[in-house]
Design a protein around this ligand. Structure first.
Ligand code: GCU
Length: 685
């Protein structure tokens, strides 16, 4: 078939027609139009007759979403008949239909299919909405037939997307075009686009979204004034029926930046009153605002340190202002010295978050949650999991992940992040009997916050296959037991249908992360990027920098001794974990340079030297990208041409970049050490 502007098709509710090839609408992401062919007729008859049992904004919207999804996704329209689909809350349906569905955790649901009826029962209206989306996905993925009974509930209560969007329309670390929300220092959005975005997010369980950059200093500090609040309220209204509550990033110095009080000292009553009054105004516009996100005393953002106050004092002051409205303070732990002296080896940036926040455990009010980056640095390709997890025991907290690919290829390179997120979930803090991150997500880590990877690009994420990262983030926050493989299979199938493409894509996704790590920064060395852009190789880009983070490569050795005789970072972990990290022979090799300073002739487990392993990783990484590009080319003619071409062009760029990484890093080490590659591949001496 010819090219269809699927965005227009979407707006006109046109179903897309298939030719010989699966026609993929990049804009539709994991909601491709499929037709009824995959669904048994008995189910179709039930799905044609959807009844929503209860009133209310989210429940009403659930009905609209389900009917819309059935119509657009499968061509199923509504008509009366003897078979039916009933949607409501568990409590109501149990009474109305004389069922005995068991209660679920908040936002959970049960889907039950009998011979003539599908039940979607939410623990609450939001649960019903998630049940409806799950049903739509399962109709594509398989697994719905008479006799099916599924019960699910999200692991964490907080499933957050953080936007780093600036009011001028740019997006910090954004690789998919400009902001969905802002333009030219105004709130400016296409309501349809926001609705479509909300649908994508809600369908994978997202329930909160912060809409402005945590670096509020740079922009958007006025978002909490009445110049902007009416428009913020309009955005909130679009997200609301999807069960997504807005968060606003605020600037800690707002009281004086907005010109009303001369200080921002959290212990000053005038400051406290200012925030209370401001919160009242904000909540008049957005009564269900989820709260504030705060980046304080971090990378030049103002904070309580300015007044000699602690972060607990700062956060609690805001918490008091939000409490009457049911709001929460999401306080980021990304606090470190960004004006450090590279000459001083006693400063270890990796220790900062722990050193700042562990002593405050128990000092935060009940409506404060600490938002902790997964690792102690800053979203590097490989970092150990932050030692705050498992250790904080009296403070509510969530984990921050980066969906946008800042250090992981900037949506040029294919890099499937659930692969590493699975690894993070597997990390055993070794503090309690149930102590992996996966097990702690819910009971102790109350959720995830992920930095958004979307923008105005027609396919949302720049690289079409980066949609898998957004999808995977949502799915993992909902169910941390899902494997990266399973998520890749789901996403590929939902996006590409049952096809060669889906199978190839799953394989490429699963390969992509270790491949990227290989040509980028293997063995936990971190930060070998160009300062500023954080893209492209620069082995000493952060060696003499005030931002910190040094690998200190010399002629003989590389890496940082973070054991007790070094910076002492290992001692932040449980004794079992610290013992493992301290000992180079037991330390996971993918992190060995993070924890140890080693000679280049150190023998790794494969009995080759460290330097040879570094060379190999970069050479093999490049070759693997070439193979990935070739695998993709094997899909020519088997896949929608637009998607084929756009992904191919990214893979070509990735190959070029991998070549640059390979040659710059390997040549750097060859020149530094004088040790040749055992296989004679180095030529740029
Ligand atoms: C990184 C990133 C910044 C961002 C910061 C943060 O340092 O490069 O752009 O502002 O993280 O998480 O706040």
């Amino acid at each position: 078939m010819g090219s269809v502007n699927c965005h227009t098709a979407l707006h006109n509710n046109m179903a897309l027609v298939y030719g010989d090839l699966m026609k993929i609408c990049e804009y539709d992401c994991w909601f491709q139009a499929w037709g009824t062919q995959h669904i048994p007729a008995s189910l179709v008859a039930m799905l044609e007759n959807v009844t929503i049992e209860e009133q209310g904004e989210i429940m009403g919207w659930t009905g609209a979403e389900l009917r819309r999804g059935l119509r657009r996704g499968f061509g199923i329209s509504q008509k009366a008949g003897p078979k039916e689909t009933r949607v409501g809350t568990i409590g109501h349906l149990n009474t109305a239909l004389n069922l005995a569905l068991p209660p679920q955790k908040p936002e959970g649901f049960v889907i039950q299919v009998t011979d003539d009826r599908i039940i979607i029962a939410g623990q609450d209206p939001q649960g019903a909405l998630y049940g409806a989306y799950r049903l739509l996905a399962l109709l594509r993925l398989g697994g719905i037939s008479p006799g099916t009974r599924i019960a699910e509930a999200p692991a964490g209560s907080h499933r957050i997307i953080n936007h780093w969007d600036n009011l001028d329309g740019t997006v910090e670390r954004g690789y998919a075009g400009n902001s969905l929300f802002y333009k030219d220092n105004r709130i400016d959005f296409d309501p349809q686009r926001i609705e479509d975005y909300a649908r994508l997010l809600a369908s994978v369980g997202i329930n909160r979204i912060s809409i402005n950059n945590a670096n509020v200093r740079k922009a958007a500090k006025k978002l909490i004034t009445e110049t902007y609040l009416p428009d913020v309220a309009k955005l909130a209204a679009i997200f609301r029926p999807f069960g997504i509550r807005l968060l606003l990033s605020i600037n800690f110095a707002s009281p004086y930046l907005l010109g009303e009080v001369s200080t921002a000292d959290p212990l000053d009553p005038a400051v406290q009153d200012w925030w209370k009054a401001r919160s009242e105004v904000i909540y008049r516009y957005i009564p269900d605002l989820a709260g504030f996100v705060v980046k304080a005393d971090s990378e030049f953002e103002p904070g309580p340190f300015q007044y000699g106050r602690t972060h607990a004092q700062g956060a609690n002051m805001l918490a008091a202002a939000l409490k009457p409205h049911g709001g929460e303070v999401i306080w980021r732990c990304f606090v470190y010295n960004c004006t450090q002296d590279w000459r001083d080896p006693s400063i270890d940036r990796a220790k900062a978050a722990y050193d700042h926040f562990m002593p405050l455990d128990g000092g935060f009010d009940q409506n404060v949650l600490l938002q902790i980056k997964f690792g102690p640095y800053d979203f590097q390709v490989r970092e150990p999991v932050s030692p705050l997890f498992g250790r904080l025991s009296k403070t509510r907290h969530i984990m921050e992940l980066q969906i946008t690919q800042e250090y992981t290829g900037q949506q040029i390179d294919l890099c499937y992040l659930p692969w590493i997120w699975e690894d993070i979930m597997n990390f055993d803090t070794a503090y309690r009997p149930a102590s992996t991150i996966r097990e702690l997500l819910g009971p102790s880590i109350e959720g995830l916050a992920g930095v958004s990877n979307v923008g105005l690009d027609q396919n949302w994420t720049g690289h079409t296959l980066a949609q898998a990262n957004l999808y995977g983030y949502g799915r993992l926050g909902w169910d941390p037991n899902l494997s990266a493989q399973k998520i890749a299979e789901e996403w590929s199938l939902l996006t590409f249908g049952e096809s060669d493409a889906a199978q190839t894509v799953t394989k490429l996704l699963m390969k992509s992360y270790p491949v990227y790590e290989g040509y980028n920064a293997p063995f936990g060395v971190c930060f070998m990027v160009n300062p500023g852009s954080h893209y492209g190789p620069n082995p000493e880009g952060y060696e003499f920098s005030k931002w910190g983070t040094y690998h200190r490569a010399d002629r003989q050795s590389i890496g940082v001794d973070r054991g007790p005789t070094g910076t002492g970072y290992t001692e932040h972990y449980s004794p079992q974990k610290a013992g493992l990290f301290r000992d180079p022979s037991r330390c996971p090799e993918e992190l060995i340079l993070f924890f140890h300073r080693l000679r280049y002739d150190y023998r790794m487990k494969n009995n080759e030297t460290l330097i040879q392993n570094i060379y190999n990783a970069h050479f093999e990484g490049y070759e693997a990208v070439e193979a990935m590009r070739n695998d993709w080319m094997g899909l020519k003619g088997k896949l929608d041409e637009t998607v084929y071409t756009s992904v191919l062009s990214r893979l070509e760029q990735q190959l070029e970049n991998a070549r640059e990484w390979r040659d710059v890093i390997n040549t750097y080490f060859w020149r530094k050490t004088g040790i040749p590659d055992a296989k004679g591949r180095l030529v740029y001496g």
